[in-house]
Design a protein around this ligand. Structure first.
Ligand code: AVJ
Length: 315
């Protein structure tokens, strides 16, 4: 078999303290990584197919149309590492032209990862797949045990947008260490654009994004013995022009007390739990952020409408 699976993901219990602390702050927040239980991952897949949600299809078109150039940048026989690999849908666009020596998908959702890695291994029998269930915002030490060769981190989907600029710089610094002097990173970054277009992408008419946001509460009910009533919260998403980020919130529609992990959380009517930031960049703002992490922009690919960007960076 060409597929192996490794679990270095801490159990949910480990993150419970941190989550509760976030809910007990004056400005309540939950890390967006909590979105991705099995149902959350499925809902995210549904988001990527929404007419309003342009990032996924735009990025896939960019990857598909430029796969020869992109593959030339990454070089053959690289070890391709994808943090947050999800459905592994995007990497499929590159594998035949890129011909990596190995593919290393990392994801926080163990069952989903197991399924997708196995499926990918069947479709590409020549490709060694080393799937690792991990919270890549924590510990990267397991990457030391990977096969040798030029390392390329594949980080599509504007996942970096979840990180505040300071955290994004730290992330890129860690990538810089993992790839060494000869490696690279192929990264998808959503671009700053009209608020109308952005607001629509996070407030879809069919309510899938709202469901994705509210699913977080269902997960806490199940995994942290909480008693959130999803009907007592409303989805709210808007573009914060000043900080160049989409913000997602769950807004309490009444004063309420909720049990969670053995503690109580009090919410006032209209009080919000901040569940996600999705930062948008210009080519220039992204290049300067990457520069702070010792990475230089080597080549960028954009769609004709300049909605989304894919970049190759190296030391
Ligand atoms: C997976 C973080 C890139 O920010 O667009 C989509 C997540 N949230 N709709 C994004 C998301 C609501 C997505 N990222």
């Amino acid at each position: 078999d060409n597929v192996s699976f490794h679990n270095v993901h801490p159990s949910t219990g480990d993150g419970a303290e941190e989550l509760l602390a976030g809910l007990q702050r004056t400005r309540k927040h939950i890390s967006p990584k909590w979105f991705y239980d099995e149902r959350g991952s499925q809902l995210f897949e549904a988001i990527t197919r929404l007419p309003e949600y342009y990032p996924t299809r735009t990025e896939m078109a960019i990857l598909e149309q430029n796969r020869e150039e992109i593959s030339a940048r990454c070089g053959p026989n690289c070890v391709l590492i994808e943090p947050g690999s999800g459905s592994c849908e995007k990497v499929r666009l590159l594998l035949s032209s890129l011909r990596p020596a190995a593919y290393v998908p990392l994801d926080i959702s163990a069952d989903f990862l197991r399924q997708t890695a196995r499926q990918l291994g069947r479709e590409y029998p020549w490709l060694p797949v080393t799937a690792i269930c991990a919270d890549f915002n924590r510990d990267w030490s397991f990457l030391q045990r990977l096969p040798g060769g030029k390392r390329v981190v594949f980080y599509p989907g504007s996942t970096i947008g979840n990180l505040a600029p300071e955290e994004a710089r730290n992330f890129l610094q860690r990538v810089r260490k993992v790839i060494g002097d000869d490696g690279g990173i192929l990264i998808g970054v959503d671009l700053h654009k009209s608020s109308g277009r952005l607001n629509a992408a996070y407030n879809d008419a069919s309510g899938v994004t709202a469901e994705f946001n509210l699913n977080l509460l269902r997960r806490l009910n199940r995994e942290l013995d909480a008693d959130f009533d999803p009907r007592a919260f409303n989805h709210r998403a808007f573009y914060n022009e000043e900080d160049q980020r989409i913000e997602m919130h769950l807004v309490s529609n009444k004063a309420q007390r909720v049990r969670c992990n053995g503690s109580y959380i009090d919410l006032g009517e209209g009080e919000s739990i901040h569940t996600e930031n999705s930062y948008k960049y210009t080519i220039e703002s992204f290049a300067s952020l990457a520069g702070l992490a010792g990475l230089a922009l080597r080549q960028s690919w954009l769609d004709p409408e300049r909605l989304f960007s894919v970049h190759y960076l190296s030391a």
